[in-house]
Design a protein around this ligand. Structure first.
Ligand code: IPM
Ligand code: MG
Length: 356
């Protein structure tokens, strides 16, 4: 099959991890007779430096017309003080919104080879951790009205959190459908004891829970979820939640597995177009040193093949290649322990590609 992938390498370690992911995708093409064509578009700080905006209109069009988008990471201290309207993160939010990527899937899976990197005790992670956070991505406080104004002689800032029934329902359906392919459990996370938007969220989720009667459903408050993720993470299968709660909980969940560098994500639209990216940031402190962990990005490519290209066999091949690299003892610096083989970012990419 021929596929067009728009590649947004971004800032910091973005370019180096994406290069390794492309190495792996190229090997998949060779092995399974596909042809992937890559179109690079600047995003984030590198685009601000060149064009004065974090993504150009033409760049955005190239994302919209692609079969899928592969993203590294955006941002860095160099652009921390630019005008908020052109911050690097603005481009990311614009791509999510303009491509209609409302469903963000963030799997949190403990690689058993790395179980001792988890900050949790073996008695807690021993059963493994395998949960899927389904985060609403194009609504809520991220996209609500915001303003800073003078009131009674002082500055007052406001960010509105808004959700409509249809936005809640469509993300809810993704969660229930995802659960059906997993262990058939959905936990919907909200703050319904305080927020109106959460009370509506809960009401819509309850309607869906009646419809998906075969899926075990529970409501859980976001603060309690933060606690339960540490206390007993294996109780969760699918967690569905609004945009900002999902942002926070997915960082927390990723740490349970020992390294945020391993975790992929998929941002899906109503159609097959999706954007795939690791959940970590641009790590400017180690940029250009060839020591970053490319596995999160490589695993994101596996999600791309599975969700956008309907290539489950090829996706399995990537996941197996990553597992073999870990089984064979290869570790990047972030997951390195004595007795293992420490490799650079580019070496890890080559090893995984060779395993395909
Ligand atoms: C994420 C990131 C982004 C978010 C930032 C960079 C805007 O933290 O993808 O989780 O908050 O969504
Ligand atoms: Mg985040």
């Amino acid at each position: 099959m021929n596929k067009n992938i728009t590649v947004l390498k971004g800032d910091g370690i973005g370019p180096e991890i994406v290069n390794e992911a492309i190495k792996v995708l190229d090997k998949v093409c060779e092995k399974y007779s596909h042809k992937f064509t890559y179109t690079e578009v600047d995003i984030g700080g590198c685009s601000i430096d060149k064009y004065g905006v974090p993504i150009t209109k033409e760049g955005m069009e190239k994302c919209k017309s692609a079969d899928s988008v592969l993203l590294g990471a955006v941002g860095g201290p160099k652009w921390d003080n630019v005008d908020p309207s052109i911050r690097p993160e603005k481009a990311l939010l614009a791509v999510r919104s303009e491509l209609g990527l409302f469903a963000n899937l963030r799997p949190t899976k403990l690689f058993m080879q790395l179980a001792d990197s988890s900050p949790l005790k073996p008695s807690i992670v021993g059963n493994g951790i395998d949960l899927m956070i389904v985060r609403e991505l194009t609504g809520g406080i991220y996209f609500g009205k915001r303003r800073t104004e003078m009131l009674d002689g002082e500055k007052v800032a406001t960010d509105e959190m808004t959700y409509s029934e249809h936005e809640i329902e469509r993300i809810g359906r993704v969660a229930f459908e995802t659960a059906r392919k997993r262990s058939s459990r959905v936990a919907s996370v909200d703050k319904a004891n305080v927020l109106d938007s959460s009370r509506l969220w809960r009401a819509v989720m309850h309607r869906l829970a009646d419809e998906y009667a075969d899926v075990e459903y529970s409501d859980i408050l976001v603060d309690n979820t933060a606690m339960q993720l540490i206390k007993n993470p294996s109780q969760f299968d699918v967690i569905v939640t609004e945009n900002m709660f999902g942002d926070i909980l997915s960082d927390e969940a990723s740490m349970l597995t020992g390294s945020i560098g391993m975790m992929p994500s998929a941002s899906l639209s109503e159609g097959t177009l999706g954007m795939y990216e690791p959940i970590h940031g641009s790590a400017p402190d180690i940029a250009g040193m060839d020591i970053a962990n490319p596995i999160g990005t490589i695993m994101s490519c596996a999600m791309m093949l599975r969700y956008s290209f309907d290539m489950p066999r090829e996706a399995d091949a990537i996941e197996a290649a990553v597992n073999k690299a870990l089984d064979d003892g290869y570790r990047t610096a972030d997951i390195y322990k004595e007795g293992f083989k420490k490799v650079k970012c580019s070496e890890m990419g080559s090893i995984i590609a060779a395993n395909i």
